[in-house]
Structures are given as C-alpha cells and as structure tokens.
Design a protein around this ligand. Structure first.
Ligand code: NAG
Ligand code: NAG
Ligand code: NAG
Ligand code: NAG
Length: 450
C-alpha cells in the first residue's frame, strides 16, 4: 500500500515537473537562508489562536455610521511624539505623556509649553535619544532599548507619585516633582521582564501590570501577533514587601489594564486575541477570569471614566483573510516568509488599520462606538482618557494628541463646516507624516528635549 502511494507520488512529480520546482521554491521560502523575509532572523513559530469567529463578532458589533471620531482635533502636532498613555496629576495639570524618545513630558499651559518631567534611565541623553518628529519612525528602534519607551502612566492619587510601565525598564515610580524614575520591578521569578506595557494601582497600594511577552520586546511586537504566541503575563507588585508576583500567565499580548471603580475586579486587553478579559479580585469568583468582550479589532489601553465605564482604544479591524491566517498557523509560516516587505504582506490580507474607540460597561455591553472609518484623522490610537468634558486620545505612532468633546454635540450629518475641518486636518497630517526632509522641524524639537 505504502509503496503504491510512493510510486504514485513519483509518477505525479515526474509527469508534472513544475510541482518539483514549486516544492523547491516553497522549501526555499520556508528555510529563508538569506533572511529576506520580514521574519528573517527570528525564531518564528506560528501557533493557533483562541479567537472568536470573525463573522459572529462583526455581525453583532455596532458601527458608527457617521465616523464621529473623524471630528476630533489634532492638538500639539509635531510637539509630542508617539504619546501612548496620557495622565493628569492630582492638581489637574497635564496631560502628561510617555513619548517614543523615552521621556515623560507634561503640558504646563501656553506660556511654558511642554516640559520634560521624568526619565526612566540614567543613560538617556539628548544626543542619543532626541529624534524629534522622527522619534516614531524607523529611526528610533535602534535606540529604544537604551532610551526607554514609557507605555503606561498612572498617578497614585494619595501620594502624588507617578507610576510608569516602561517596555524596557519595567515598573518604575517617580515623585510629584519628577526627575529620574526609580525601578520597582525589573525581574520576576529571577528573569528580566521583557515588555512591561501598562499598569493600574489598587487602593491598597499593590500595582497590577502587564508583561506582554517573554519572547519578544516592544520593537518586535508585530511578531507576537503574527506568531500568536501566548507567553504574556499579568503581574502584581506589592510595595510593603517589594515583591513581584505572577497573577496570570499564558496570555496572548496582554496590553491595557484597568481596575473597576469598586476594585472588585480588573479588566485587561489581550491584543492578539482581540478581546477583553475580566479578572475577579473579590467575591465567590475571586481568582477566576471571564472573557467579557470580543472586539472587531486589536485593543490597546483601557481606561475608566467617572461613571465607572471603560474606554478601550481599538486598531481596526479584523478581516476574513486575517482570520484564515490566524486559524492556520502553517499558512502564516509560509506567508510571512515570502521575501516581500511586511507592509505589502499586511496590506494584502486587508489590514488597513483605522481607528475605533468604544465605551463598555462592566459586563462588556457596548455603550458607544466612535470610528474614523477612513483613518484620515486618527490612526493607531492607543488610549482614550475621558477628562474635563473631552476624550483625550493617545497614539503610539503619530506626533499629536487627538481630542474630542464628549458627550458629542453633533451638528446634523453633512454640515459643510464640520466636513471642511476634518478634511483640512487630514491633509495636514498626511503631509507632515510623509515629510522626511523636515530638518528645520527637528532643530526646533531638540530645544524641547533640553
Ligand atoms: C448603519 O448603517 C447600516 C447599513 O447601512 C444600517 O443597517 C444601520 O441601521 C445603521 N446604523 C445607524 C445607527 O444608523
Ligand atoms: C547604561 O549604559 C551602560 C554602558 O552601555 C550599561 O552598562 C548599563 O547597563 C546601562 N544602564 C542601564 C540602566 O541601562
Ligand atoms: C491588594 O489587593 C489585591 C487584590 O485583592 C491583593 O491581591 C493584594 O495582595 C493586596 N495587596 C496588599 C499589599 O495587601
Ligand atoms: C517638509 O519640511 C520642510 C522643512 O521644514 C518644509 O520646508 C517643507 O515645506 C515640508 N514639506 C511638506 C510637504 O510639508
């Protein structure tokens, strides 16, 4: 029997020599000897993900037909670089923001402008780290691990201290006057924390924070999603004993984390699996988890509003092609080894990357959805913070903070003035982000880094 099959195979191959050529090409691609593919040089091992069905999620998810997120304003354009997380202090000053150049800066009003508030490492220097408007582009990745990349910021309302989750330097704290931050947790179970991402502070002083992966750091975060690897963790730092504990492990790109208003549970996002997970801290379900929302795209940070509801920033959206790749790791293993730049591979599977922000209650019911369907005004949103009658929207990859009055006072759809403002903002943004020769701009920004 076996022999016959072998013979059959031989015959097929001989009759169709192009199959041999195809087989050779395929094995060449998979081995990638010249490391030409986007995953070249990485120990790329795709695994299957535990993700809800595309159809189910997309059919039930409410859409924002008016693209209301597109009505936002882009503020501080080219003054601030990749402000992922935003925070206000006990006196209401701010926003404070963690930047791609490694600094934590704060807005001190029109007269003072932006000032450097804190650094996560003594090794930070203006010469090495200050790349101005280029901080968020390919020019920063080489120095990111030296300069730091603060991703999550939270003030302790009692002490006024600022806690920082930095992707390279772990969990740190800095006093209300700022300066050089002090590391609190850089290791857990004797091994370095590779990719601290976000944090929240419990009333009892313990700090819950996410460690996105044991395998990849922030520069390589795209591989975490492509592989589907699940080595991320939820960690807890206890100040009285100065110890760090693993709360949950085996998570697929744990990202934003937020305690509930009554501290009885926390929510965290799992970016690769496009969902929000609840972890119970009190009651009969204490210590257990529950998936409360499957999202149409890839969530980042999650933040509480005054009413105890949760804002989540989502990079949109999942596609059918992407779902097929997710369910078939072997296909990802071939596809992402094609010697073609990642941006084309990503575009081909339909990842357009526009933004959506959503408001959810503690059960995961969707209370509001704001989209920028064309992705003209807001792209790669990372956090939504509701404060002072506005949504403050951070972005990990662009040089601005977006704001939007909330609740929205909507002008009837199609009003000419609103449309004009949106188009104007979009055009300027595109021009700026594509300007690679802005030498004058950089010199201006350098003074900000002093
Ligand atoms: C949005 O558009 C879809 C399809 O055009 C429609 O079915 C739905 O009712 C609309 N939703 C709202 C809130 O207008
Ligand atoms: C600072 O740089 C020095 C020299 O490169 C290195 O040995 C040291 O580990 C760095 N310190 C930190 C906190 O990264
Ligand atoms: C604070 O509360 C959390 C949640 O119940 C608990 O895990 C942690 O151990 C507490 N921390 C301290 C310092 O008591
Ligand atoms: C690019 O930047 C340079 C220098 O600031 C400026 O002169 C030029 O007009 C900019 N180009 C665009 C398309 O914005």
């Amino acid at each position: 029997m076996e022999k016959r099959i072998l013979q059959l195979k031989d015959e097929v191959l001989l009759q169709h020599p192009y199959l041999i050529v195809l087989a050779v090409i395929l094995s060449f691609i998979i081995m990638d000897p010249f490391q030409l593919s986007p995953v070249g040089g990485h120990d790329f091992r795709p695994v299957k993900n535990d993700i809800a069905s595309y159809q189910e999620v997309m059919e039930s998810w409410p859409r924002d037909n008016r693209s209301r997120l597109g009505l936002g304003n882009l503020e501080f354009k080219d003054q601030i670089f990749g402000p992922e997380s935003l925070e206000f202090d006990t006196w209401g000053r701010g926003p404070y923001a963690g930047l791609a150049d490694g600094r934590i800066v704060r807005w001190m009003g029109e007269d003072v402008g932006w000032e450097t508030f804190a650094l996560v490492t003594r090794n930070w220097t203006e010469k090495l780290c200050c790349k101005g408007v280029h901080s968020t582009t390919h020019k920063q990745w080489k120095v990111e691990s030296k300069c730091g990349r603060p991703l999550g910021l939270r003030f302790d309302r009692k002490s006024g201290d600022l806690y920082i989750a930095d992707s390279y330097y772990g969990l740190l704290v800095v006093g209300p006057e700022g300066g050089l931050a002090t590391p609190l947790a850089t290791h857990v179970d004797g091994k370095p924390i590779l990719f601290a991402n976000d944090l929240d502070i419990h009333n009892n002083g313990s700090i819950f924070f996410t460690d996105t992966s044991k395998k990849y750091n922030r520069v390589d975060h795209f591989f975490i999603m492509l592989e589907g690897e699940a080595t991320g963790r939820l960690l807890r730092y206890d100040p009285p004993t100065r110890t760090t504990h693993v709360v949950l492990e085996g998570l697929a790109f744990p990202n934003g984390v937020q305690l509930s208003k009554d501290q009885s549970f926390l929510l965290f996002t799992e970016t690769t699996n496009c969902r929000i997970i609840k972890y119970f801290l009190e009651g009969s379900e204490k210590g257990t988890t529950e998936i409360i929302a499957d999202l149409p795209g890839f969530p980042d940070n999650i933040r509480l509003n005054q009413k105890g509801q949760f804002w989540v920033a989502i990079d949109c959206c999942r596609t059918r092609a992407q779902e097929f790749l997710i369910y078939n790791p072997w296909l990802r293993n071939i596809y992402f080894r094609l010697p073609i730049p990642m941006r084309y591979l990503a575009r081909f599977v339909g990842m357009r990357m526009y933004s959506m922000v959503s408001l959810l209650n503690d059960k995961g019911d969707v209370l509001d959805v704001l989209e920028d369907k064309k992705g003209v005004v807001m792209k790669l949103v990372s956090e939504v913070k509701e404060a002072n009658g506005k949504l403050w929207i951070g972005t990990v990859a662009h040089n601005h903070i977006a704001t939007l009055p909330y609740p929205l006072q909507l002008v009837p759809a199609g009003a000419a003035t609103v449309a004009a403002v949106v188009v104007d903002a979009a055009e300027t943004d595109a021009a700026v982000s594509e300007n690679e020769s802005g030498a004058a701009v950089i010199v201006e920004q350098l003074t900000l880094c002093a």
